[in-house]
Each structure stands twice: as C-alpha cells, then as structure tokens.
Design a protein around this ligand. Structure first.
Ligand code: UDP
Ligand code: MN
Length: 254
C-alpha cells in the first residue's frame, strides 16, 4: 500500500464555495489512499461544509481556524495585501502532529480550493520521500512555473520563475509535497504572517529542507498536473435586489 495523501485545503464562505468544493472532491474521489483535511476560515464549522463533507464519500477531517481580524483582507483590499490560508494551514499541521505518528506513512500537500488538479498529480505526490516538487500551470505570470530538474536523478538544478525569482524556493503552494515524517521531525515548522508577500512557500520549505535535497517529480518536472486557476466572483446583482425585498432565489435551497 502506498502512503496516505493528506491534502490540506483552507476554505471560506462565499457564493462559489460549494461549487469549488464539489469540483475538488470529485477529483479527490479518484485518488486511492486519500485523506482530505478541510480547514474553514470561520469561528465555527458551518453547516454547509459539514453537510458537504458528510455526503462527499471521502475520508476527511473537518476543522475550523478563523484568521485573526487584523490579518483578514478588507472587502476592497487587493488579495496580495495579506497572506491567505496561514491560520488554516497551520491548524492542519498542528492536527497532523497531534494525531499522527512515526507509524503512519503519509505525504502532505497544500490544495487550495480554487486550483485545478489532475488525478495524475497524486501518483507523483505518493512518490515524495522527503520533499518533492513539480510544475504548476498558470502562475507567476507564466504558462508554467517549474523547477528545472535532471530527468534521470530528479535533482533540482534551478527554477524558471520570473516573479520574485529571489525567493528561497520560487514555487507556488501547489507545487510541492512534504513527507509526513519530515513534518513530524521538524515539529515547529509553520507558516507565518509577517513576511513578504509571496514568501509563504519559502517560509515553510526553508524550515524543512534545502534546495539540493528537493526531489523533482512529474517526469523530471516536465508535466503539468495542477493549475493555479482562480474563480471569478459571480455577478449576483439581481440576487442583491431580491435580498433587499426580503427574498432570495435559494430560499430553502443550500
Ligand atoms: N482563503 C481563506 N480565507 C480567506 C481567503 C482565502 O481561507 O479569507 C483560502 C482559499 O479558499 C484558498 C486559500 O486560502 O484555499 C488561498 O487563497 P486564494 O486562492 O485566494 O489565494 P491565491 O490564489 O491568490 O494565492
Ligand atoms: Mn487561489
């Protein structure tokens, strides 16, 4: 049996949330040995996510961890202003450290709820011995942002990143996986708030590995199995008018 793949997904309430979670869950159902750690950015677990997970058919852990108000994005703030997902990813790492141990065989990766995942990604995630990396599509101003790897050995010799190429690890959150044993060994490794925007990946990776230890996967980092897609907020202007009259199109419908 291969390792259990633990996917950590921060998520928050908004009109597209159920659609995003549906799209993700139906990819994850195709993955053997999968365990979804869903962390709501909310003071309480919501009925929507609770019900959603219960009927998902997936093995999961549902937790909630609200982002402290001083770190929450304002309604009109551009999204780079504050880091997103910090509280939630850290809560998941803490859950892993207090509920799993050396006898568990697993790999952890960070699966934001708006990205697009190929089922072929998970064969690569399952190969991670310490820290594995792979290409991510549609990010950093490029069609693909990727490590440059030696195909035969998987050794990483560089990165093609153009956006903030001076990052210690110039890769996206969706572009790496960490073996459970590494997460347990480096027991204080966490994400952090007060760091430069775009440096969250480097923040965690520098605490658990070095560049020359990285394992380049996905056919020598030449295959794209995950895309940093972003969902446009839907236009709900008519709904807003209805709501003002005390009505809504989804009365009694989740
Ligand atoms: N997220 C969250 N709370 C927020 C904003 C975002 O939990 O207030 C989650 C979001 O659902 C996603 C992750 O954090 O799983 C990263 O956010 P986003 O996709 O907006 O980041 P970006 O694509 O801009 O890196
Ligand atoms: Mn995103």
């Amino acid at each position: 049996d291969g390792p259990v793949i633990y996917a950590i997904t921060p998520t928050f309430t908004r009109p597209v949330q159920k659609a995003e979670l549906t799209r993700l869950s139906q990819t994850f159902l195709l993955v053997p040995n999968f365990h979804w750690i869903v962390v709501e950015d909310s003071p309480k677990k919501t009925p929507l996510v609770t019900n959603f997970l219960a009927q998902s058919g997936l093995r999961y852990t549902h937790i909630n961890a609200p982002t402290p108000s001083n770190y929450k994005l304002g309604k009109h703030d551009p999204n780079w202003k504050k880091p997103r997902g910090v509280e939630q990813r850290n809560a998941a790492l803490r859950w892993i450290r207090s509920n799993l141990n050396e006898s568990n065989n697993g790999v952890i990766f960070f699966a934001d709820d708006d990205n697009t995942y190929s089922r072929h990604l998970f064969k690569e995630v399952a190969k991670v011995k310490r820290v594995g990396v792979w290409p991510v599509g549609l990010v950093g101003g490029l069609m693909v942002e990727r490590p440059i790897c030696d195909k035969a050995t998987g050794k990483v010799t560089g990165f093609n990143a153009v956006w903030k190429p001076d990052r210690p690890f110039p890769i996206d959150m969706a572009g790496f996986g960490i073996n459970l044993q590494v997460i347990l060994e480096k027991k204080t490794a966490l994400f952090a708030y007060d760091i430069q925007s775009g440096f969250q990946e480097s923040e965690i990776l520098k605490q658990v590995t070095t560049r020359d230890e990285l394992e380049g996967l996905a056919d020598g980092c030449t295959k794209v199995y995950v895309w940093h897609t972003r969902t446009q907020a839907p236009v709900l202007n008519t709904e807003t008018i209805l709501n003002k009259k005390g009505k809504s199109s989804n009365d009694g419908i989740e």
